[in-house]
Design a binder for this molecule. Structure first.
Ligand code: ZN
Ligand code: ZN
Length: 287
């Protein structure tokens, strides 16, 4: 179980700029980067007719997470940056509301290389934003998004995603470290959640004294729908079958162990828990 102490900072445009929870020795703060307005078919498509209004849209929040220990300021994901429209790119101003500038960030752990998670590493002129940070990303993500071989294989309509990935990581070439699994930094462990992208990873924060949080990245895009049926995927899931298998195993584990969870596309800030219900789960938001 986690502590329940929270601190919310009002943002007149966003409802909230950030929300913090204490996980043992870590303070974890959800930082709102903004949102996208997407067609409901982004979620419903793989399972056909879910009885939803197919003309409707939904609001997909984009979150990053600031993890602070006594000695370090670490970000998990870097938001969408300035190339993805007017409703995102609020990470840096919302960090400032927590008293931090990009120069204060020591480490950035990337769940995966999708533009809403890594375009925020750079300014619109492709210069780096985080001048003191070391970047960690799964080896398979590097192989899939950043190599010339994969770029040559990319379909034409996805080339811009690969271009963005290469632009985002180019300034960090000398300070990007690949991981495969296990402990990345003291108390922070990578969890393989492959499928959304080939090396997509969550992160488990262990703050000591049995205080845990799992940040599940893009394993979930619409919790109200996917908790009831974890087999429902998203169009953005690169390998739908692997994404389903990862989500099922993840949900089983966090419900069994009663672990506090959150993710990059939970309605901001939404730290919560899953409890089994029928063939699926109910999600209970705590913050
Ligand atoms: Zn993604
Ligand atoms: Zn995403």
């Amino acid at each position: 179980m986690s502590d329940t102490s929270t601190l919310k900072i009002e943002d007149t445009n966003d409802n909230y700029a950030s929300c913090a929870v204490e996980i043992g020795s870590f303070k974890v703060t959800a930082i709102h980067d903004g949102y996208f307005e997407l067609p409901i078919s982004f979620i419903a498509q793989p399972k056909g007719d879910l009885g939803l209004d197919t003309e409707s849209t939904f609001h997909l929040d984009v979150n990053a997470f600031l993890v602070q220990s006594a000695t370090h300021n670490l970000l998990i994901d870097a938001g969408s940056g300035g190339k993805m429209g007017p409703n995102v790119n609020r990470l840096v101003p919302n960090l400032a509301k927590n008293g931090l500038t990009p120069a204060d960030i020591d480490f950035i752990l990337c769940t995966h290389i999708h533009p809403d998670h890594t375009n925020g590493l750079i300014n619109t002129d492709n210069t780096p934003i985080f001048n003191n940070a070391q970047i960690f990303v799964h080896q398979t993500e590097i192989d899939y998004w950043l190599t010339d071989k994969q770029y040559a294989l990319a379909p034409a309509d996805l080339r811009c995603v690969y271009d963005w990935a290469r632009e985002a990581f180019a300034p960090y070439a000398g300070r990007t470290e690949a991981f495969t699994q296990g402990l990345i930094l003291p108390g922070i462990e990578a969890l393989p959640l492959f499928g959304h992208t080939p090396g997509h990873s969550g992160f488990q924060i262990d703050g000591g004294g049995n205080k845990q949080l799992i940040i599940w990245g893009d394993a979930v895009h619409r919790i109200a729908i996917q908790s009831r049926d974890p087999d429902i995927s998203a169009q953005a899931d690169v390998n739908q079958d692997d994404a389903r298998a990862s989500r099922r195993a993840l949900f089983d584990r966090v419900a069994t162990d009663d672990v506090l969870v959150t993710g990059m596309h939970m309605s901001f800030p939404s730290f919560g828990r899953l409890r089994r219900k029928g063939v699926g789960y109910d999600y209970f938001a705590e913050h």
